[in-house]
Design a protein around this ligand. Structure first.
Ligand SMILES: [Zn+2]
Length: 160
């Protein structure tokens, strides 16, 4: 069987941690094929084990990421400056509000809701996030029980 040996590293929530497929240590790291058809859990130790997994570095991807990070930093900076401005403005507004009670609270509520939406969106993106791409040296370890109900004792690795 020809295996496309490309695996995307993703992270699951702490509550969804599963045993590493090789050493059975609980892990939040899961390697998934780009088509999502197969996956297996791998602990940090095994991800670093170059005899087992080797990172596939896509140079174009790395460059794109670096560019995006630089842009994000810039956006963050602009945001901060903007927030500082708003804060200053708010302080003067607050002083005004003392005389004009109640005004502006609707707007504050709308802003709260917006940041909630953004948090939910960030969470979704986190779920979809690919942390790295790996090639696996021993694709046979992928032969694992996916259903916990027919979970068996550790299989011996028969590659070598
Ligand atoms: Zn392990």
């Amino acid at each position: 069987m020809a295996l496309v040996n490309v695996w995307h590293l993703r992270k699951v929530a702490e509550a969804s941690a599963k045993p590493c497929d090789i050493c059975y240590k609980p892990t939040q790291s899961v390697l998934i094929t780009p088509d999502n058809k197969d996956h297996f859990y791998t602990c940090q130790g095994h991800l670093k084990d170059r005899g087992f997994a080797s990172p596939i570095i896509d140079e174009a991807d790395v460059a794109a990421k670096a560019k995006k990070e630089a842009m994000d930093r810039e956006i963050e900076l602009v945001k901060k400056e903007y927030e500082e401005k708003i804060k200053k403005r708010k302080t003067t507004q607050d002083e005004k509000n003392k005389s004009e009670k109640g005004k502006g609270s609707d707007k504050a509520e709308a802003e709260d809701k917006k940041s909630e939406d953004e948090a939910a969106k960030a969470e979704r993106e986190q779920d979809e996030k690919v942390f790295a791409t790996y090639g696996i040296r021993r694709p046979c370890v992928v032969d694992h029980p996916t259903d916990q109900s027919d979970y068996q004792e550790p299989k011996s690795i028969t590659c070598d």
